[in-house]
Design a protein. Structure first.
Lengths: 314, 434
């Protein structure tokens, strides 16, 4: 087997396991995995920028929210069909990514982190400011009848799972392919040594902007998907907490790996889910695990796998 | 297809409970156990499981702790009286982190993992709104104790009900007659610039105009603000009443700075106790509030005309005459809201008994039974006062209290009637299919 086909087999194997999971898992865990796949799409978005391009954004919630509100407001005020609303959501996230990218990419390193954080805070306050339309911090509900996808009910367990699976599969496989293309290799080159990439003749600024737009659009896709499948649009998802969470998922799972986002989200979800049954201080446990992982497995779970077992892991 | 989770532990635990229940029933029948421990008449002795969506962490934690204490006390009283339909009540508590996403996850746990019969207890509006769609999809009756207008506005669904606490619209409009008649007709509103504040702004503006008054200024404070002095020059000189509903940790600063700005020559002040729930009214910096007025859902301080029902409730939830914990006088309760848990649980009990509720297959019968409820007289089940439930809007209406800060205590000056808080129906959930 070639290195490429091993990776392909792994990715397809993971997708096959997710399909099988639907048939064998109890109902609660089917619902949980649906949610995990949606959030994993969000983590994939950040992973492209952070894990592959080396740009650490602390404001990705604004892209998630752009997709969520782009979708939700299109349905609420335009009575748009789901597919059209989804397209509008992607356009909203891509447009915001472009604007933020043009401004934020003038900075680098810590300054980039701070600027993205500030843009995200601005986006959060914009959501609150236009509360007449967004219902601010309370948010609003998308009714079941408004969430029919080509007449198909996505609010059933089956519908929700397979819509989440389909979008996840497209993003997961598309992302895995993307990082193997010359474009993806150039992003990795920028991450490894930006000056060298520039000296080799690559337009680093353009590649970073493209990476940010793709990353933001994938994150927006996750936001729209959340609104579609769970029927709620709210400012909480634009808050700083939802910028930090995908970073934790990516770090836990393994930044710069294709399977890291899914592993990170799943690990974190079940860590919180299980520990909350025993203590209200479950975030303390999550924090402790993160500290331990950072100390003993700084490359994350998939990073360790790549280092020790699967050197071909993309 | 996925199957309902039914791990061995749960089966064996249920089996054990069945066995225990059967034994207890037999013992009760032979007079070995007192009736209250018998649960003898039930077709099943398995507990009724109520999922309590608790704000144990996050911004709602102070409320969550007292909602928990009230829930525990109410369930103990219900179980001491024989449970529901002869079955004991078991509360399954899950922390929602006061987060809408986690809130929805918690409902999924209640429905599919813990096999709860109903979910209950949520306060913060964004958690209710984020969770309610899942309640509808999971077909899990969801009894919220939120005071938000989201239920009666028609935003949610037939599975979401608020029978134990009045909503903000009702509270606000019932205050307007008292404000206009006793404090003044020219009102300046100071409110947080998010949905909670906007509800107050919109509902009160309309209500005070109906009383012949007017809102002369609306001052929205951004949620990130930590100092307020720069907003006070915007208060018009003609202002007779300042209506304030600031919430969160900056409230103490707000009151202190307002006092420094006005000195002794202040207009009348009217606020909502939401600002100072779980906060000692005698805290340093709050001296300026002496002589001002507050809405209270239920009087924090035991009043001279305290009813027996209120006295019994106060003792059961472990609160002293000053509205603080019996164990710690510095631990002030969220007394204006937490009665909603007590009353909601009693309504769930009555609804289940009326519907002869046996299990999740009877959830729709339970909802129909609650929808059929209307007047609920003041009693130990309803210590806050009489209620009138509107089955169409899934919202209850009740008395509202206006208290004046007098010598460091909140003394009730006026009780707004149920009729003062009524408004036109905005939805009829009973027309929605299950």
């Amino acid at each position: 087997m070639t290195r490429f086909s091993k990776a392909d087999a792994l990715h397809l194997g993971i997708l096959a396991m997710l399909v099988i999971a639907f048939f064998v898992l109890p109902t609660y865990h089917v619902g949980a995995v649906s949610r995990i796949m949606v959030l994993a799409v969000y983590a994939i978005g950040l992973n492209l920028l952070f894990g592959y391009t080396g740009l650490l954004s602390l404001g990705h919630a604004m892209f998630f929210a752009a997709g969520m509100y782009g979708f939700g407001l299109a349905i609420k005020f335009m009575a748009a069909p789901v597919l059209l609303a989804f397209v509008l959501a992607l356009i909203a996230a891509a447009a915001l990514s472009l604007v933020v990218g043009l401004l934020a990419l003038r900075t680098a390193g810590v300054a980039f982190m701070i600027v993205t954080l500030m843009f995200a805070q601005t986006a959060y306050l914009v959501v609150l400011y236009f509360g007449e339309f967004t219902r601010g911090d309370e948010g609003f509900v998308l009714q079941q009848a408004e969430r029919l996808l080509l007449g198909f009910d996505v609010t059933s367990e089956t519908g929700r799972y397979f819509v989440a699976f389909s979008v996840f599969a497209i993003c997961f496989l598309g992302f895995a392919r993307l990082v193997q293309t010359p474009f993806g290799k150039r992003l990795i080159a920028i991450r490894e040594n930006e000056e060298r990439a520039r000296m080799l003749g690559y337009d680093v600024g353009r590649y970073k902007l493209l990476a940010l737009i793709v990353s933001g659009t994938i994150s927006g896709c996750a936001g729209a998907l959340y609104a579609l499948l769970f029927g709620y649009v709210g400012a909480t998802f634009a808050s700083v907490q939802y910028s930090i969470l995908p970073l934790l998922w990516v770090l836990l799972g393994g930044a710069g790996t294709t399977i890291g986002p899914l592993i990170g989200v799943m690990f974190m979800f079940y860590l919180i889910d299980a520990s909350s049954a025993y203590t209200n201080s479950y975030m303390l446990i999550a924090g402790l695990v993160l500290v331990l992982l950072t100390m003993f497995a700084p490359k994350g779970i998939a990073g360790i796998l790549r280092l020790r077992v699967m050197p071909w892991l993309p | 297809m996925p199957k309902t989770e039914n791990g061995k532990t749960q089966i064996s635990r249920r089996g054990a409970l069945l066995g225990l229940g059967a034994s207890a029933g037999a013992m009760a029948a032979t007079g070995v156990l007192p009736g209250s421990l018998g649960f003898a008449q039930a077709q099943s002795s398995a507990p009724i499981r109520i999922g309590f969506q608790k704000h144990a962490t996050g911004i709602g934690a102070a409320y969550g702790r007292w909602y928990d204490a009230t829930t525990t006390a109410a369930v103990k009283r219900i179980n001491d009286a024989g449970g529901i339909n002869g079955r004991p009540v078991e509360v399954i508590t899950e922390d929602d982190g006061t987060d809408p996403s986690r809130g929805a996850e918690v409902l999924e746990k209640f429905a599919n993992q813990h096999e709860c019969d109903v979910a209950f207890g949520t306060l913060f509006s964004h958690v209710v709104i984020g969770s309610a769609p899942r309640a509808g999809e999971l077909k899990l009756p969801y009894f919220v104790v939120s005071e938000g207008h989201h239920v009666a506005s028609g935003m949610l669904n037939r599975y979401t009900l608020q029978p134990g606490i009045t909503d903000v619209k009702s509270q606000v409009i019932s205050m307007a007659p008292f404000v206009a008649d006793n404090l003044g007709k020219k009102v300046t509103m100071i409110f947080p610039d998010f949905a909670f504040g906007h509800d107050h702004r919109d509902f009160f503006s309309e209500a005070i105009e109906a009383q012949g008054g007017e809102v002369v200024a609306k001052i929205a404070i951004p949620p990130t603000e930590t100092t307020f002095t720069r907003y006070f020059p915007s208060i018009p000189r003609e202002t007779e009443v300042i209506y304030h509903v600031m919430v969160g940790p900056a409230v103490l600063t707000f009151v202190k700075e307002l006092g420094e700005f006005f000195g002794p020559n202040r207009p009348e002040l009217f606020g909502f106790i939401d600002s100072l729930e779980a906060v000692d009214i005698n805290s340093t910096g709050l001296e300026f509030l002496d002589g001002t007025y507050f809405w209270e859902g239920m009087p924090r301080y035991a009043q001279a005309n305290q009813t027996d029902a209120e006295k019994a409730y106060r003792a059961a939830v472990g609160v002293d005459d000053n509205g603080a914990s019996l164990d710690d006088p510095a631990d002030v309760a969220t007394y204006a809201h937490m009665f909603g848990c007590w009353e909601t649980l009693n309504i769930i009990k009555r609804g289940m008994e009326s519907a002869d509720y046996q299990g999740p297959q009877d959830r729709t019968k339970l909802i129909e039974a609650v929808e059929a409820m209307s007047d609920m007289p003041e009693s130990e089940d309803h210590p806050q006062g009489a209620k009138r439930f509107n089955g169409k809007t899934h919202q209850t209406f009740g008395s509202q209290y206006i208290s004046k800060v007098t010598d460091g205590k909140l003394v009730v000056e006026h009780v707004a009637s149920i009729e003062d808080g009524l408004y036109e129906d905005e939805v009829d959930y009973t027309t929605q299919a299950f």
